[in-house]
Structure formats: C-alpha cells, structure tokens
Design a protein around this ligand. Sequence first.
Ligand code: G3H
Ligand code: ZN
Length: 286
Amino acid sequence: PLVSMTDMLNKAKSEGYAVGQFNVNNLEFTQAILQAAKEENSPVILGVSEGAARYMGGFKTIVKLVESLMEEYEVEVPVAIHLDHGSSLESCARAIRAGFTSVMIDGSHHPLEENIELTKRVVQMAHAVGVSVEAELGRIGGQEDDLIVDDAEAAYAIPEECKELVEATGVDCFAPALGSVHGPYKGEPNLGFDHMKTIDGLVGIPLVLHGGTGIPTNDIKKAIEFGHAKINVNTESQISSAKAVRETLAAKPDEYDPRKYLGPARDAIKATVAGKMQEFGSSNKA
Ligand code: G3H
Ligand code: ZN
C-alpha cells in the first residue's frame, strides 16, 4: 500500500535498520525500485526531487504511474512517495494535493527561526491529511539537481539547534548535516559520528542520511546504530544505469530500440537498489 513514512521509520529505528529512499528519474527507475522492493520484501521510499518531477511530467503523473505499477506488479510492501528537498510551502502543498504521502521541506538555507517557522507550517498542513514530514538543518554539501552547496557552506548541524527545531515543529524525521555529500565523494566521507550520537540522544526521532552514495558499509552500520532510519540514494543508481547503457551501446553500436538499452539499465538499477536494501537491513521487513 501507499503509506506515509511515519510507521515504517519508527519500526526501522526501533528494530535497528534503515529504509532506503531511492530517487526516481524516469519510468525505468520507478519500475526497478518497485520490483526490487517486492523481491526483497522491503518497505521503500520513492524520492522525487522537484527537478525529477518536472522531467517526468509533474507530481500527479508520478503518483498515477506509481499506483499503476504497484497494481500491475502486485506490490504489497509499504511504499511512500516522498517529495525530496521541497523548496517551499507551495511546492509541498502541490505534492500533497497530487497524492504524495510524504514531503521534505528543506529550509536549511534559512536562518534557524525561519526554518522552524516554515517547517511548522508544512507540518500543520501535512499532518492534517496524514502526510509525513522531513526537515533539514545545516547544509549537506555537493549538488543534486537545482541544489548546490559548496564545501565552505557545508557544515555539521549544531545539536542544540536540532533539538529546538524538532521540538518546535513536530516533524516525523530529521536530516541534520553531518558531513555527507550529494553526488560522488571527493575522497573518503568524513561523517561527524560524535555529533550524530549527541543529536540522536537529543531529538529521539528517526534521523535521515542524505548523500548515501559512496558511504562505506561500516559507516552505514554506525549511522544506523546512531539513530538513522532512512538513507537516501540517487547517484549510485544513476551511475549503474548509465554504465549499463554505455556497455550495451558499445557492444551493439547499431542498436536504436530504447527497450534494448534501457532494459539493461533498469536491471542494473534494480540490482543496485536490492543490494542497498540488504545492506541497510530492510530486506524482509515489509
Ligand atoms: O536527497 C537525495 C539523496 O540525498 C541522494 O544522494 O545522490 O549522493 O546518493 P546521492
Ligand atoms: Zn538529499
């Protein structure tokens, strides 16, 4: 069924695993992620950035697509459709109206008080219709679609501010910046585990790790131990799908049927996503 993130994340946190948010970019991504969730018997969050929604034909198109595919594939695991890095109250409202079951309001570029005010308003609107909300504090580095944060801006979130935001807003899960980066890492990721532990102790609700691509398994395990119940992955699926397209077209330079090169891309995404579900511990937790 289509559900909000609340129950799946609370269960994950209490049982010590994380649910993956896998971003959709097109039809094949959506198919692959739902197929992987079904085969792994795993709960799943479909992440939709505003840029991806524009590309795919709008929020409504994505909701209808997901609903149809779930019916066609007989997907019975819990699935959330989540607005990733929502940039405004209006954008969250449009996603909710289109049938999204969850939204992120990313007020992290605002001063703390403004971030709190904005997030509070989104929570009021979303909770009234059973939609879950994720908030962010501190800047997560790197680039994802329209969102670019340079290294100097990216900093660890301040624990006391995290506590204040979570308590004042009533969000369902929370993404503090802790050194993770969108897109490929330049060198090894440097996650702030001391900060993470402190923030987890102060806020209590499920934490969200953005920039899940390229984080070593050991760090993933530690992040889950220190309160993370949601891990976002996009770039890694994009890399594996692009590699499959390149290999297919290199082996058959005369190929022109999209099904012949996007089919292998879809299989590659599915394998990447299934591997993450196993790594995060969400397989067989539906
Ligand atoms: O919001 C989406 C994620 O944080 C994706 O990060 O592309 O580095 O895997 P990633
Ligand atoms: Zn992100």
